[in-house]
Design a protein around this ligand. Structure first.
Ligand SMILES: [Zn+2]
Length: 99
């Protein structure tokens, strides 16, 4: 049983919990779910999905994450032909630590 399910089953047990205790459990479940989502990553850092870059509401280019031999990079390809590359440690979309 993972942590989320363990906490949830505690929250559902027919014992007398105060409103505060239930609230604390629910907050704990939420935090763990968020953590689990972050650990899983998103389509951008798992599948190197391309996302658009907008400046002032106008499409200005595309960006994607790519794992290089020396770590993760964020590549930007602007519509004006410029390209940029920067090292990234965390996914800019979901915050997962890239490795
Ligand atoms: Zn991500």
């Amino acid at each position: 049983m993972d942590n989320v399910n363990a906490l949830r089953s505690i929250a559902e047990m027919p014992i007398n919990l105060s409103v505060e205790q239930i609230g604390a459990l629910q907050a704990g479940i939420k935090a763990l779910q968020k953590q689990a989502e972050r650990d899983k990553g998103c389509e951008y850092c798992n599948n190197e999905k391309v996302f658009g870059i907008n400046f002032g509401g106008e499409k200005a280019g595309i960006a994607y994450l790519h794992k290089c031999s020396d770590g993760w990079g964020l590549f930007l390809e602007m519509d004006n032909g410029s390209t940029y590359y920067t090292d990234v440690v965390n996914c800019p979309m979901c915050g997962r630590r890239l490795k």
